[in-house]
Design a protein around this ligand. Sequence first.
Ligand code: SAH
Ligand code: MG
Length: 197
Amino acid sequence: MPDVKGFLSDKEAEKLQELFLNVYHLGNILEIGTYCGKSAFNFAKVAERKNRIVYTVDHHTGSEEHQLGEEYHDEKLFDERLNKFNTLPEFLNNLIFSKMGKCIVPIIAKSEKASKIFEEKIALLFIDGGHSLETAINDYECWKNKICSGGLLVIHDVFPNPQDGGRPPFEIYSLAKESKEFKDHGIYETLGMLEKI
Ligand code: SAH
Ligand code: MG
């Protein structure tokens, strides 16, 4: 496994595997936000053993905070040829190196567009995409009904205290929690976890 760039802590990475292990019998998994593949490879470790698929959606041009001059910009992921932030070459490199291509299906598209053509019911939805309120709500609204009953909704970067980080992931976690569609399973590190009723 290559050293994959990304934003998950080791404990979160382990937790994602554990969560998927709890629901893999219900179906495959889909994540929004591939970046260089860190979370996808963690899910894939389970998928490989249990004969499941990890769908991972990203347009690969980065979120607001990854763009040139922004806080989380990584100059090594800036594509001079396209004059754009571009995580696809690094992700593909990691995908080939990890030999997990058999259980990972990359979907290179905007989340909303992908949701319009994706019809399968999923066991676990991991939302780790854009952090603007509009994008976060859109991810939640477009994908939440594709989780099967008993399946999980897991949201990354959930910060109950605004001083710790941006609010939109926490806002969608709260939306789900207050809706009658999900049962709250609490927060682990920055992972908000809910079960579809
Ligand atoms: N899960 C990754 C980190 C994802 S970072 C890991 O474990 O390392 C967030 C990613 O979401 C970025 O790569 C960005 O390109 C993608 N993204 C942001 N908004 C998106 C949208 N509307 N549709 C698809 N991808 C989006
Ligand atoms: Mg994140």
